[in-house]
Design a protein around this ligand. Structure first.
Ligand SMILES: [Ca+2]
Length: 341
């Protein structure tokens, strides 16, 4: 696919995706126009003068790499002078004031006075500093450098470094316009996502509570096959809503069971059993779940053989008044809570 065609396809996709997003959301998230405006206003590749600015940026990195070896460091001074030259070119080219493609000439230097930002920045240099700088940026820089005294270099280095910084900062700001817009957009998207997640979490809990059927076993009478001394003596705790306290504890030997009386024949679809939380969980299995309408004839609904913390027996489609849980003898039998829905 040619670059032109790829660009058109991308543009169509962008338009399609922007059309698919509601207007208010698009505005809120800076999806379209704000970023497009920023892209348009950004001083970026392809814009007049950007190539010079980009090279000046790289030189700035080189200056940083040379390190803090003192302002009189000749290599850093030359790089800073070149940065100034490149930045002046960038400014002039942006304004259509560049006189040619070669080194900066008299017309270019004269044109710098037409741009207030450049005029102001250069005004901070003394006249000798200005003439040394223009001489270094002229083709015969070696001759100029040979004439510089140590004091000249030192005075020029600080002044040129300051000048390069003053010239590059505004361009840097304009070059980062799109980046700032994208950061702002993503911050907005992240905040919106967090708000949405918080809303869904709250809304989800609210919906769960609305849709949740009541636990019909809650506070129903409980009968147990036998009672172990001292532990699990209050059987109402099997259906008290607390999933950690022990609801009953039988003796060992023979078939042990627990029956919950729902009070009348009820339809239910799910039973959740919570094992005792302080150990001996293997005693609860294998466990059988049965239902009866008369407390005499029971029908097996489910059986579970694997040890569990929480056993959910769903899809029961059951009907009955007495719900019985039995484990396999000879064994103690104990559970913390049973819920029926
Ligand atoms: Ca309980």
């Amino acid at each position: 696919m040619s670059d032109d065609r790829a660009e058109k396809v991308n543009a169509q996709r962008t338009v399609a995706s922007e059309q698919a997003t509601p207007n208010w959301l698009s505005r809120l998230l800076w999806m379209g126009p704000r970023v497009a405006e920023a892209r348009e206003a950004t001083f970026g590749p392809g814009k007049p003068g950007f190539a010079w600015f980009d090279i000046a940026r790289q030189l700035s990195d080189d200056v940083a790499e040379i390190g803090e070896t003192g302002e009189s460091n000749l290599a850093a001074l030359l790089l800073d002078c070149d940065r100034v030259g490149l930045l002046v070119r960038a400014y002039l080219e942006r304004e259509g004031l560049r006189s040619g493609v070669g080194p900066l000439g008299d017309t270019d230097w004269a044109n710098t006075r037409k741009l207030p930002l450049l005029a102001e920045a250069f005004a901070k240099l003394t006249i000798p500093q200005r003439s040394m700088l223009t001489a270094i940026l002229a083709p015969d820089r070696d001759a100029t450098l040979a004439k510089l005294t140590g004091a000249d270099r030192e005075s020029l280095a600080g002044a040129v470094r300051g000048l390069a910084t003053r010239l590059s900062e505004p361009l840097e700001f304009e070059a980062n316009r799109l980046g700032r817009a994208l950061v702002a957009r993503w911050l907005r998207v992240i905040v919106a996502a967090l708000v949405l997640a918080a809303f869904l979490a709250t809304g989800g809990n609210w919906l769960d509570r609305k849709l949740e059927k009541p636990n019909i076993a809650l506070h129903c009478p409980v009968t147990v096959s036998s009672q172990y001394p001292w532990q699990g003596t209050d059987h109402s705790l099997l259906v008290d809503g607390d999933r950690n306290n022990m609801g009953f504890h039988t003796q060992s030997g023979g078939q042990q069971w627990v029956v919950i009386d729902l009070g009348s024949v009820r339809k239910f679809n799910k039973l959740v059993a919570y094992n005792r939380s302080d150990g001996y969980q293997d005693r609860a299995v294998p466990i059988k779940l049965e239902v009866s309408k008369d407390n005499i004839n029971f029908t097996l609904l489910r059986e579970r053989k694997e040890t569990f913390d929480q056993w959910t027996a769903g899809g029961l489609h059951a009907e009955g008044r007495y719900v019985r849980l039995l484990n396999t003898p000879p064994n103690f039998f104990h559970l913390a809570e049973v819920e029926i829905y």
